[in-house]
Design a protein around this ligand. Structure first.
Ligand code: GN1
Ligand code: MG
Length: 368
């Protein structure tokens, strides 16, 4: 499926070599991602940036290039392999890190990390513990990154009260006439309005610190080494912005500790897997317990519930808006995802004491 636009975007970044094969990778819900192999057996990831979601590709790439250079330096000085442990983006012929095609599309390219794979579901507890370590380490490596230089690539990305406002507006407008059919889900959200501002209130009160965070810590946004099965590299760097540790912890749990897939429609298969939750909490806190405050650690389990709730609310909003944001493959896809996330929220609510107990166990183990 080599198209003219892929060919011209590739040529803007190419360092010799011609395209021998193109394969689309469809795991992400936002950008269009292609694995390119050249006739010289070099492999690249070429991505068409979704400019409906990321309005300013220049600022987006400035963030990403700044962060990956910072990570590379840290990895090198720790004796690591920066070609496997972080992404390496290529400048295009115009000297910037993205290319504008003749139709206004924005593209970027980075060197493919070979002998690595992603998981949509953890293979086992070890997989997930390892992901927890990687995301914890990622935040630590960026602790001294100048946060004030980062652009806000998506305005108020995890500012849940704004997400709630957007949801109310979408229900009010009801552009596709879908509101009546999702009244139960709408009620589910409005009943939990108080949750939406719990963490942002703590930020405003100066109780929770902003850090440089990833903000999209889905399990499939980390690469695992094929041979060792250890997580090696955090990817999908579009939403690195000042945020809460709780967002990063929470979104990993939302995506990786669900007993079913994010778009599983059989809700009897959906719930929080406490064994996986424990493995991730162990991995994450083994790296971060000393740098996190007590209030952060004490809210980790709530963070998992909030990120799941927020994501469900975003899927529901997109369904009401007519599926303009997330990639969908059938008309009900977003509402199936929303119901799935809300079922997971309910199960977390029922198991919140257990989740908090698990966090405390690893707080005691790792916090000096
Ligand atoms: C999107 O791009 P991807 O698939 O890693 C989304 C996340 C959602 C996730 C839900 C920029 O992540 O916020 O949690 O889908 N990314 C953006 O699967 O909106
Ligand atoms: Mg992704």
């Amino acid at each position: 499926m080599l198209t003219k636009e892929i060919q011209s975007a590739f040529e803007a970044f190419a360092r010799g070599g011609n395209i021998a094969s193109v394969n689309q990778i469809t795991a992400g819900l936002i950008n269009a991602t292609y694995l390119i192999e050249t006739d010289k057996s070099e492999k690249y990831i070429l991505q068409k940036i979704n400019t409906f979601v990321f309005k300013n590709p220049a600022q987006l790439m400035e963030n990403i290039v700044g962060v990956t250079k910072h990570l590379s330096e840290k990895i090198k000085s720790a004796g690591g392999d920066y070609k496997r442990e972080t992404l390496n983006f290529l400048p295009c012929q115009e000297g910037t890190y993205f290319y504008r095609d003749e139709n206004g599309g924005a593209w970027r390219m980075y060197i493919y990390v070979d002998n690595a794979l992603t998981y949509n579901k953890p293979k086992n507890s070890e997989t997930f513990r390892s992901a927890g370590k990687s995301f914890g380490r990622f935040m630590k490596l960026l602790a001294d990154y100048p946060a004030e230089t980062l652009h806000e690539t998506i305005e108020k990305f995890h500012f849940t009260p704004s997400r709630y406002e957007n949801f109310l507006k979408a229900a009010e407008k009801d552009v596709k006439g879908r509101r009546a059919e999702v009244q139960k889900e709408i009620d589910f959200v409005t009943e939990r309005e108080a949750d939406t501002h719990k963490l942002t209130d703590l930020i405003a009160e100066g109780v929770l610190p902003l850090r440089v965070t990833h903000n999209d810590t889905k399990l499939n946004n980390v690469l695992f080494d094929t041979a060792s099965d250890e997580s090696i590299c955090v990817i999908d760097l579009d939403t690195i912005m000042p945020g809460l540790s709780l967002y990063d912890f929470g979104d990993s749990i939302r995506s990786g500790a669900n007993t079913g897939a994010e778009d599983e429609s059989d809700l009897s298969k959906i719930g929080i897997d406490l064994e996986l939750f424990e493995a991730y909490a162990d991995g994450y806190l083994s790296e971060t317990a000393d740098s996190l405050t007590d209030v952060e650690i004490d809210n980790l389990a709530f963070g998992a519930k909030l990120m799941t709730f927020e994501c469900g609310m975003r899927f529901l909003t997109d369904y009401l808006d007519g599926d303009v944001y997330f990639r969908t493959t059938y008309p009900e896809h977003n509402i199936v995802r929303a119901k799935n996330q809300f079922r997971l929220v309910e199960d977390m609510e029922a198991k919140m004491d257990k989740m908090n107990g698990i966090v405390m166990k690893y707080k005691e183990k790792y916090k000096k």
